[in-house]
Design a protein around this ligand. Structure first.
Ligand code: DX5
Ligand code: ZN
Length: 220
């Protein structure tokens, strides 16, 4: 049995019933909750911030995996720590001083990760890989749920797994975007272990069943 975890992304959930949605995803086998933070500058959309993380913290004990699609991430890291975030992912493309930002996340007691967009090569992360708890490969362009999976992401996942092995590291490999019934087996095959899924979990108001089916497809 392959060791993969389903990471439901609340972006596609019903925000008016967030606690229920998260509970359903958890019953279905989700083991980490993915929180998409967008600022309308780095990506063309706006979502939520530390107050929502604080509310989520009260209704789940699962790790809260905050994906920051924002500029000036350093300015907000203390607020996410205070709100109860566990994992923080920052974009390579949005951090001018990435090494410093990663240090800041660790200093605030959270697990640091770096995310790369579809057009960014994996090898650019080599200098910082030893500092990371996880690396997130975007398999769509960030900003919206429900987009189509970009196939070249599979090559990037495999390259990352190869680098991890060559460098003798232990960071975890996460994938985000277009992960659904038709793509989940392929991302696992290519090396992904933390499988973020938004619309595939929360569409049609049946998160528990969707999550269960996705996990079954991932572990086949
Ligand atoms: C997109 C977000 C994703 C989003 C994925 O910018 O980072 O986490 O929720 O949604 P799906 O799984 O529908 O592609
Ligand atoms: Zn995300």
């Amino acid at each position: 049995r392959i060791l993969v975890e389903l990471v439901p992304s609340i972006l596609s959930s019903d925000f008016a019933h967030l606690a229920d949605e998260v509970a359903a995803a958890e019953r279905g086998g989700g083991t980490v909750i993915h929180v998409d933070v967008m600022d309308g500058h780095f990506v063309p959309n706006i979502t939520l911030g530390p107050p929502v993380v604080k509310s989520l913290r009260k209704v789940t004990s699962l790790p809260l995996d905050c994906h920051l699609m924002i500029e000036n991430a350093d300015d907000f890291i203390p607020a996410f720590a205070d709100a109860g975030a566990n994992w923080i992912s920052v974009h390579y493309e949005a951090c001018r001083h990435l090494h410093r930002t990663i240090q800041l996340i660790s200093q605030h007691g959270m697990k640091p990760g770096v995310v790369i967009n579809p057009a960014t090569p994996v090898d650019l992360l080599i200098p910082v890989l030893p500092m990371l708890h996880h690396v997130l490969i975007m398999s769509v362009n960030p900003g919206f749920g429900g987009q189509e999976f970009i196939p070249y992401s599979l090559t990037k996942l495999s390259r990352l797994r190869e680098l991890r092995q060559q460098m003798g590291l232990k960071f975890r490999i996460e994938v985000d975007g277009g992960v659904a019934h038709d793509t989940i087996a392929a991302v696992v095959e290519a090396g992904a272990e933390l499988l973020v899924a938004g619309s595939a979990v929360f569409s049609s108001g049946r998160a528990e069943q969707n999550a269960r089916e996705l996990l079954a497809a991932a572990r086949k």
